[in-house]
Design a protein around this ligand. Sequence first.
Ligand SMILES: Nc1ncnc2c1ncn2[C@@H]1O[C@H](COP(=O)(O)OP(=O)(O)O)[C@@H](O)[C@H]1O
Ligand SMILES: [Mg+2]
Length: 260
Amino acid sequence: MERIIDIRDVTWRRGDHTVLNNVNWQVRSNEHWALLGLNGSGKTTLLNMINGYIWPTKGEINVLGHRFGEIDLRQLRQSIGWVSSSLQEKLYGTDRTQNVVISGKFASIGLYEKTGEEEYARAESLMATLGCSHLLDREYRTCSQGEKQKLLIARALMADPKLLILDEPCNGLDLFSREMLLDSIQQLAGRSDSPTMIFVTHHTEEILPMFSKVLLLRRGEVVRQGETASMLGSDVLSSFFEAPVAVEKHDDRYYVRAVR
Ligand SMILES: Nc1ncnc2c1ncn2[C@@H]1O[C@H](COP(=O)(O)OP(=O)(O)O)[C@@H](O)[C@H]1O
Ligand SMILES: [Mg+2]
């Protein structure tokens, strides 16, 4: 099975702060992973490293079969789709939605390349996959937070990435917008051409059954990783959060509450 991500003994230090400590993580092409950790646990830092924006202080990292140091990082980044709320703010509000999506092909903020029917058709089809065809030709700034996130996922898919990283995609969404976004992600996973996905969150209930593996990250260290069902039990999570929690499972989703 192809290794999408292979991280071995990776440490990242900034001054005397060890942000990531001895991380080991292998992602195979047939797996979708959820990355769970509280604020500041190092999730985004780990993603920045996978995208080649920062380099390990120690250890080795291979992404999509390429060892860092031996590959053109711009080329690598074209194979990785990345959706985050910080990206959402960088895009231009007056751009048309389909142009926001098409710009993903060039990884640009704004659309400067000459594009034709082919790109337009692809954008239209991706917007349909994400359940947001009705947004066609709207100004990006008129879309709701949840609609923007769907557009950003469609945008990330424009370059046919092998790996799709969703960094806290449900942040700021109300309950129903969140469920609609999660539905779209589930739909996407069902497609034969869907990329390997990594879903980053600090809410267990956002972890859909399609995410068969979970990595628990705390203070820059991998506490545990493995099959979702064995990672999201009350005992494992109480020990992970260092506070008693109770987990209830409904429809293959895990709801956590603090126990007083
Ligand atoms: N460039 C940096 N220099 C110093 N510290 C950093 C840098 N980037 C992140 N950190 C620190 O690393 C920790 C993890 O941050 P981050 O990866 O953003 O966490 P998460 O995404 O899990 O909320 C935080 O304490 C943050 O302040
Ligand atoms: Mg983060």
